[in-house]
Design a protein. Structure first.
Length: 212
């Protein structure tokens, strides 16, 4: 988390296109070293570009440097976030948030993140079933009706799933706090080496950004 924070600080303070490009390549190398599939990681990193495209067009001043700078900033920032999420268990990600926010807010974020991927899988199976059964063929009115029914099924399923999770957590003695995640204390010298390299890399990024 500290390494990603330093990388984001370097990205936001740097205005050098070669530096940002090199940082993007370095993050790709880190993703490969972490044995994370590079293709899906890059696709996830490109997701914010879809929302920032209008901002990129609005800031165009007739040169390619300004759009390229904003594009590299968004890509590098999102790729660092993808690296963090792909290599860190989600209880470790939400444990610091749960320490700061109120208990209901921290638990809600934790459960929402956990259930999001299961809901996406459910939606993918539902749309595939509708497509195979001809739900998206015929008049537009019929397609819209089937789409609305599918969304209704997803809403009911998500409500039932949240209720079952809530009841299951109470039956298992949920204390109202997300995992404290103290297993990180049981480290090895190799973990200290990785931490030192990560902090050194992040510090070098910030220093290079200031110098550039």
């Amino acid at each position: 988390m500290a390494c990603v924070a330093l990388i984001l600080a370097a990205v936001l303070t740097s205005a050098s296109i070669p530096f940002l490009g090199g940082l993007f390549v370095a993050l790709c190398a880190l993703i490969l070293l972490a044995r994370v599939p590079l293709g899906p990681a890059l696709l996830l990193a490109c997701y914010p570009v879809l929302f920032s495209s209008l901002f990129l067009l609005s800031r165009w001043d007739g040169t390619w440097q300004s759009p390229a700078l904003l594009l590299l900033r968004s890509l590098t920032s999102s790729l660092s976030a993808v690296l963090l999420v792909a290599t860190t268990p989600y209880p470790d990600l939400f444990a610091p948030i749960a320490r700061v926010l109120p208990r209901p807010a921290g638990d809600s974020l934790f459960l929402t993140y956990r259930a999001l991927f299961a809901l996406l899988q459910r939606a993918d199976r539902l749309w595939r079933a509708l497509r195979l059964r001809g739900g998206f063929t015929g008049p537009v009115r019929r397609r819209l009706a089937h789409t609305g029914e599918g969304l209704g099924v997803l809403v009911v399923h998500s409500f039932e799933r949240s209720r079952r999770i809530y009841e299951t957590m109470h039956l298992r003695g949920h204390s109202g706090r997300v995992c404290g995640c103290r297993h990180w204390i049981e480290g090895t010298p190799y973990d200290l080496l990785v931490l030192g390299v990560a902090l050194a890399f992040g510090s070098a990024c910030v220093i290079a950004a200031r110098w550039a």
